[in-house]
Design a protein around this ligand. Structure first.
Ligand SMILES: Nc1ncnc2c1ncn2[C@@H]1O[C@H](COP(=O)(O)OP(=O)(O)OP(=O)(O)O)[C@@H](O)[C@H]1O
Length: 398
């Protein structure tokens, strides 16, 4: 049997004004024009911009839609429209069933009421009777791990405690539709892991809309994504890897920065030996299982004791994933002024498919003090047929 459509979004647009006073004045004008039966003005007035433009999708029970995009792309605005916190300027949202939401810290909580009272309040808003909430109460408190503090006013909760309570209510009340802004997952690691386990458990009976900046998580949970850019759906579809690649494109430019120098040496160039360049911004490409071969050109400004080279490798989210063995850059104990070349090779690279960048430093011969450090010196791309979000694919014999 076809799963039922729980969320239907048709041509939804939302505009905001960059200036508060002008925005308030437009609000008053809109009120009058609505009163006279005119529809919302669809054209932009001075200082207005589209935070969302013509968004369309359908979501069935058991499906999870990932909303991705850079800061200010419109993700939270869409969640707020879905949750009924704000109205769209154009388009229509149809939702069937109960909506659980974790979208704004403290939203939906009355700060002067206790945690327990807020559970009753929120449960009632979700459409549950007092008896039904009574039945769920202990489960929610236990899930949020807040039994000691449940009779304290929510205004005295830490932000992590508020998120715990918010997620416990949103997820334990068996919603048909669950809206989650992962930015709010400020709970500690243990609670976050528990949340994701719960999401896995309720997914088959729920339609989930999940906003996240963590691409591995999006790819694990979601079966469809929308990549928002300036309020528009730049990509929408079920090919999660293609959407994520587009999202990452913005990070492709080299952003080489010297973080520290003591003035004795500089790095002029690093060449990554590669069979070909990627279409994506001429990045050198290495096939998985191939060699990472680097040729460095240094400029030695003063005669110094031979330093050691430190090369760390970062993934596209700037998480450090590996470091190459630290070695002296020459066999001689001292190096003279002038240029110096060095070739190093790491064989059989087993990173999974993706874009990586190099942080490079030189450290003094006899102390850990740095000579020079660069971040994001250059990038390379590893190719593999499989879209895998774990950091490595380890060569395996069967
Ligand atoms: N109430 C508001 N009044 C005016 N502008 C707003 C309002 N709410 C949001 N915006 C603007 O709308 C745009 C989209 O904001 P939104 O919060 O939806 O982005 P986001 O994709 O969730 O970003 P982030 O990843 O930083 O959470 C931004 O330019 C933001 O400044």
């Amino acid at each position: 049997m076809e799963a039922e459509v729980l969320v239907k979004v048709e041509g939804v647009s939302k505009k905001f004004c960059k200036d508060l006073r002008t925005g308030l004045w437009y609000g008053v004008q809109d009120l009058f024009s609505n009163f006279l039966g005119n529809k919302h003005e669809r054209k932009l007035r001075e200082k207005e911009f589209w935070a969302l433009q013509d968004i369309n999708f359908e979501l069935k029970r058991g499906e999870c839609l990932g909303l991705i995009g850079h800061n200010g792309a419109g993700k939270s605005t869409l969640l707020k429209i879905l949750n009924g916190l704000i109205n769209p300027d154009a388009g229509k949202v149809t939702i069937k069933g109960r909506v659980g939401a974790l979208i704004e810290l403290g939203a939906g909580f009355n700060p002067i009421l206790t945690g327990r009272e807020n559970i009753y309040n929120n449960g009632a808003i979700l459409g549950f009777s007092r008896r039904e909430i009574d039945e769920k109460l202990e489960e929610i408190i236990a899930y949020a791990e807040l039994s000691e503090f449940i009779d304290m006013p929510v205004q005295h909760y830490s932000s992590g405690m508020r998120v715990r309570l918010g997620f416990a209510i949103a997820a334990q009340m068996e919603p048909d539709v669950l809206l989650i802004d992962e930015v709010l997952a400020v709970g500690d690691l243990g609670f976050m892991l528990k949340c994701f386990k719960t999401i896995d458990q309720i997914l088959p009976s729920t339609a989930i809309i999940f906003v996240s900046h963590s691409m591995p998580r999006v790819s694990r949970l979601c079966n469809e994504i929308i990549l928002l850019e300036n309020g528009n759906a730049k990509y929408q579809g079920k090919d999660i890897a293609a959407g994520i690649d587009l999202y990452y494109d913005r990070f492709l430019l080299n952003d080489k920065k010297m973080i520290f120098t003591d003035g004795t040496m500089e790095l002029l160039e690093v060449q990554i030996i590669s069979e070909k360049s990627s279409k994506r911004e001429e990045i050198p490409v290495i096939n998985w299982g191939g060699n990472l071969e680097l040729v460095f050109t240094f400029n030695v400004l003063k005669k110094i004791q031979t330093p050691r080279l430190v090369v760390s490798i970062f993934d596209i989210e700037q998480k450090s994933v590996a470091v190459l063995e630290k070695k002296f850059i020459s066999d001689a104990s001292e190096i003279n002024k002038g240029t110096l070349n060095l070739r190093i090779i790491h064989q059989n690279i087993q990173f999974s498919k993706g874009i990586y960048s190099l942080n490079i430093g030189l450290i003094k011969a006899n102390s850990p003090g740095p000579i020079v450090r660069y971040s994001d010196f250059c990038k390379f791309q590893v190719l593999h047929d499989e879209d895998v979000w774990e950091p490595f694919i380890l060569k395996t014999e069967y």
